[in-house]
Write a protein that binds this ligand. Structure first.
Ligand code: FES
Length: 94
């Protein structure tokens, strides 16, 4: 993430971060965007069993404390502010 930090100096475009990849990478992208005051959209890579919101195999924790969202039905692209990064799998820190 240090490379991204150096290539994207504060105040420089882009002002929206689009990220896909494993949770640690998404978490780092969300942290960088928050630090810079930029919007951030993340595409989560949860495994999908049914693909239409029934099996609950693709859930991701919501930041509003209201349980979980399904990646298949509610996503897979989320505003980074809508996810609870402390509870999202994958470990690691930003
Ligand atoms: S894949 Fe089954 S609920 Fe999302």
């Amino acid at each position: 993430m240090e490379l991204a930090r150096s290539l994207l100096p504060a105040g420089a475009p882009p002002h929206v971060v689009l990220a896909c990849g494993p949770p640690p990478l998404l978490r780092a992208a969300a942290a960088l965007a928050a630090e810079r005051g930029w919007d951030c959209l993340v595409s989560v890579e949860e495994r999908m069993g049914c693909g239409y919101g029934v099996c609950r195999g693709c859930v991701v924790p919501r930041a509003d404390g209201d349980g979980y969202a399904t990646a298949c039905k509610d996503g897979p692209v989320f505003d980074a502010l809508d996810l609870d990064w402390a509870r999202l799998g994958g470990g690691g820190g930003a």
